[in-house]
Design a protein. Structure first.
Ligand SMILES: [Mn+2]
Length: 433
């Protein structure tokens, strides 16, 4: 007989992996951790007849010859008696998607970096041609949606999408998934969110928008991360940092999120003694005042921002092809034709005095104006960036001003130029290492 289990505070990926494993290991029984996420508990409440599991009463390793652990590979995250850990006769299988953080030594494991653990089990079921009911497919797909943010988290892999497609073919009900994955908020959570929004302040950091909020909490506040996710969605910032200070115990919980590639919040939180992923992380600070904690957070954030991501100096092109203000429009036209540029900086000595673009040629009404100097047609109102500007910042300038080339200026002299293709190359990860 096999026993299948998963991590405490089981989410949909954990629950889905558990019951998918029950199909991969037919003579098995399931034991769930006693702590389940709220929406998982609600789902089970109406599906208990379909997804059966045993109770914790009389749970001993002697009855089993194999333990299957899904969606974790860490003993401390399991809700099992210590006797399981100590039992040397117990064979262990692991199905997980968190490589490199395990404390369980298994006889066999399938640990791969995919978005959801259930993806791996579904892939196995697909290979085995195992029949799935629409309800099973619905639960398994909910696991994929939850852990991949509906395939939008950076951790998502093609296998997650392929498994999701397979489950939809098996009749998974996306309406049910939307209903159960959309969290329901308690009155406390709503009030907390309201308070957080009122206290929110924007911090501009090299073109990245960070929003920091700091609110007091009283006693145990369950579901903080849910509120933080909601706050993240509303704030529309690149990075959010939420501080929750509990005055009576002198404890401050810090939860941070970042969107896309903007900044590794896991690194910031580990510098504060916490940890997490690049996009979601947290830390817990004890024995300090809320003000001191906030100051430390701001310092860590500024430090991280100033050392993160490639600067203009890395992605810009140089040397810069430029013209002198006294050059003729004809000279400029020849340069446009030979280089294929849309704009050329006009430089006197080393100083940027303007920019001449293809558009400026529409101002030419008579042929002899081609002999006029560039300075008569150039625009002098040039948008520039500093060498330490972020890619995000320059991308914003390009879209706000509808320009494709931005000179990089340091101490009044042009040190490079950033083009749309430089920015695209950065976003599509084509930068040479
Ligand atoms: Mn998972």
């Amino acid at each position: 007989m096999d026993l299948i289990t998963t991590h405490k505070n089981a989410d949909f990926d954990a629950l889905a992996s558990t019951f998918a494993a029950a199909l991969v290991y037919p003579s098995s029984s399931v034991v769930l951790p006693r702590n389940l996420n709220r929406n998982v508990k609600e789902f089970l409440g109406i599906h208990k007849d379909v997804f059966r599991y045993r109770s914790h009463n009389g749970l001993t390793p002697e009855r089993y010859n194999r333990l299957i652990v899904v969606d974790t590979n860490d003993w401390s995250r399991l809700d099992l008696p210590d006797s399981f850990r100590e039992d040397e006769n117990l064979s262990i299988h692991i199905w997980d998607h968190h490589p490199g953080v395990g404390t369980i030594s298994a006889d066999w494991s399938c640990i791969r970096e995919v978005g959801a653990a259930v993806t791996l089990l579904v892939d196995q079921l697909k290979k085995d041609d195992a029949p799935l009911s629409p309800i099973q497919a619905t639960l398994f797909l909910a696991g994929i949606h939850e852990d991949t943010g509906s395939l939008l988290f950076p951790s998502t892999t093609p296998l997650d999408a392929a498994s999701a497609a397979f489950l939809m073919e098996q009749g998974a009900d996306v309406n049910m998934i939307a209903r159960f994955l959309r969290p329901t908020y308690t009155q406390n959570q709503k009030e907390l969110l309201f308070h957080m929004l009122r206290k929110a302040r924007e911090v501009d950091a090299r073109g990245l928008m960070a929003v920091v909020t700091h609110v007091p909490i009283n006693g145990h506040s369950p579901g903080l991360s849910l509120v933080v996710d909601m706050f993240h969605g509303i704030a529309g910032a690149d990075i959010i940092v939420c501080l929750f200070s509990e005055r009576s115990s002198g404890k401050t919980i810090i939860i941070a999120r970042s969107s896309g590639e903007s900044l590794d919040v896991g690194r910031i939180m580990s510098s504060l003694g916490g940890g997490g992923h690049p996009n979601a992380a947290s830390a817990l600070i004890r024995g300090s005042t809320p003000d001191k904690v906030e100051a430390a957070v701001m310092e860590a954030l500024t430090e991280a921002v100033s050392t993160s991501g490639p600067l203009m100096a890395v992605i810009m092109s140089y040397p810069v092809i430029s013209v002198e203000p006294s050059a003729t429009m004809k000279d400029a036209a020849l340069m446009f034709r030979s280089k294929g540029f849309t704009g050329i900086p006009v430089i006197q000595g080393k100083r940027l005095v303007g920019i001449i673009s293809r558009r400026d040629f529409t101002k030419i009404k008579k042929t002899r104006q081609l002999d006029a100097p560039v300075k008569a047609f150039m625009s002098t109102n040039v948008i520039t960036v500093a060498p330490d500007a972020s890619v995000r910042e320059v991308a914003r300038l390009m879209s706000t001003h509808d320009i494709g080339r931005v000179p990089v200026v340091e101490n009044d002299s042009v040190v490079g130029i950033v083009t749309r293709s430089d920015v695209m190359r950065y976003y599509y990860d084509l930068l040479p290492d």
